[in-house]
Ligand binder design. Structure first.
Ligand SMILES: Cc1cc2nc3c(=O)[nH]c(=O)nc-3n(C[C@H](O)[C@H](O)[C@H](O)COP(=O)(O)O)c2cc1C
Length: 321
């Protein structure tokens, strides 16, 4: 019998957010899906998450905006995007014909903008849910402060929840002292699920030119290098909140995805790995199915949190020293 890979990312929401499998694309790596690369069969994804979108279109940061690092990459795109009006006019009608839910990642350049974006996207055909980015480290106008402050993050989510009836995922920043405190605050404010993590602040220096590689000086580190950090954060947050978690950070194989699910994630997102090979998310979904078949497990939900141990992980300082 075929195992059940289906998950619901908003079980407490009146509409729910049911996906055929737990593998999503991560925001920012495949734009708005306007020219999906060959190999990415959208009908076999759990969901597609679009580029982070602001009220007005943005040009983004000065180049260079990407740099390779050992086991990862830095980006300082700076939320270049088409703006929510163009998204609603040009992208959502196309998504409405897709056989796969599209989750719109929103980023406000200020608290009120979050509520405004949610109000505009509410009820738009083709928009299945919102993912609220409170964590972009590249925008000087306040994104990072919001993600690092439990009361401010909670206020953004309250505004979003009050302005729309869509399921709301909140994407957390790893660039904080205590991610559990932020997670608790946004769940209290009504988050239906949490995505973790966004990129870690990083930097590269060009020794020949004797200056930073990125035009923005710092950028967001992603890829395999951040997987252990993301896993630890999923594990800790899973012990603190009851909503579904979507693990993200360095996932490029079914084995990686399983690690996140066993640590407590209900689903996963694939970011940087899509840039090298857009077929990776579908291959991961197939790999998960193969694992369930070979292990004789009927339902993927049986694996969520299966690696959790009884002893609590209490403080971020428990790094082993
Ligand atoms: C080029 C690039 C652009 C990104 N843009 C966004 C964005 O607009 N909004 C967002 O929430 N995350 C954005 N991210 C972060 C990813 O969605 C993801 O959280 C992060 O890269 C970690 O996952 P990964 O290691 O699988 O890439 C971006 C990442 C990359 C590499």
């Amino acid at each position: 019998m075929k195992p059940d890979l289906g998950v619901d990312l908003a079980p407490d929401h009146p509409r729910g957010l049911r996906l055929r499998n737990p593998v999503l694309t991560a925001s920012g790596v495949l734009g708005y899906g306007e020219s999906l690369p060959p190999g990415l069969e959208v009908s076999r994804l759990g969901a597609f998450v679009c580029k982070g979108t602001t009220l007005d279109a943005r040009e983004g940061n000065a180049p260079p905006r990407v740099a390779e690092t050992p086991a990862g990459m830095l980006n300082s795109i700076g939320l270049q995007n088409i703006g929510v009006h163009a998204l609603i006019a040009d992208m959502a009608p196309r998504w409405a014909t897709w056989p796969t839910p599209v989750i719109v990642n929103i980023a406000g350049l200020g608290l009120e903008e979050y509520g405004e974006l949610a109000r505009m996207l509410d009820g738009v055909p083709g928009v299945a849910a919102l993912e609220v980015n409170i964590s972009c480290p590249n925008v000087a106008t306040g994104g990072q402060e919001l993600g690092a402050s439990p009361p401010l993050a909670a206020e953004a989510i309250r505004l979003v929840k009050a302005a729309c009836s869509l399921p709301v995922l909140v994407k957390l920043s790893p660039n904080v002292t205590d991610i559990v405190a932020v997670a608790r605050a946004v769940v209290e404010a009504g988050a239906d699920a949490l995505t973790l993590i966004n990129t870690l602040v990083g930097m590269a220096v060009d020794v020949r030119l004797r200056r930073p590689v990125l035009g923005n000086v710092t950028g967001g580190l992603s890829g395999p290098a951040i997987k252990p950090v993301a896993l630890a954060m999923v594990y800790r947050v899973a012990g603190a909140v009851r909503v579904p978690l979507i693990g993200c950070g360095g996932i490029s194989s079914a084995r990686d995805a399983l690690e996140f699910i066993l640590a407590g994630a209900t689903a996963v997102q694939v970011g940087t790995a899509c840039l090298a090979d857009p077929a990776v998310p579908v291959e991961i979904a197939e790999g998960l199915e193969g694992y369930l078949l070979s292990e004789g497990i009927r339902d993927i939900s049986q694996l969520v949190g299966a690696a959790r141990t009884p002893q609590p992980v209490v403080a971020p300082s428990l790094g082993g020293q």
